[in-house]
Design a protein. Structure first.
Length: 128
């Protein structure tokens, strides 16, 4: 008998409505729970208040001026030390401070056609 896949809790912080909705649809299609935000400030406020379990996070670096700060913010809490963070951005790795990638379980995927699937697969690969 095949073992059931773990249901992950995924945080998505993406200000582009189409990209965010596509990520939500794909993660839900695969059976995961999703917390979705269009702006980093709301995401950080809710995390501070509710401290939800988060297995993986997809964060747009250019989100309303906060961008990568959501990843830094998560790293401040011991309960998110193991959270997989994927920065998903149209920026190239030469256009942002790559020091944010120096933490364990932290990755960057460039937004290109077809890359959305890579984001989902990266989180599942690392979290399951």
């Amino acid at each position: 008998m095949e073992e059931a896949k773990k249901r992950l809790n995924i945080l998505i912080v993406e200000d582009d409505d189409v990209t965010r909705k596509l990520l939500v649809i794909e993660f839900k299609r695969r059976g995961h729970n999703v917390f979705e935000y269009s702006d980093a400030a709301s995401a950080m406020r809710d995390i501070e208040r509710e401290k939800p379990e988060i297995d993986g996070a997809v964060i747009d670096l250019m989100n309303m001026g906060y961008g990568g700060n959501v990843g830094d913010y998560l790293r401040k809490f011991i309960e998110y030390k193991e959270t997989i963070i994927v920065y998903y951005s149209a920026l190239t790795d030469k256009q942002f401070n790559t020091k944010i990638l120096n933490y364990p379980n932290t990755y960057f995927i460039h937004k290109l056609p077809g890359s959305l699937k890579k984001v989902v697969e990266k989180i599942e690969e690392k979290a399951l």
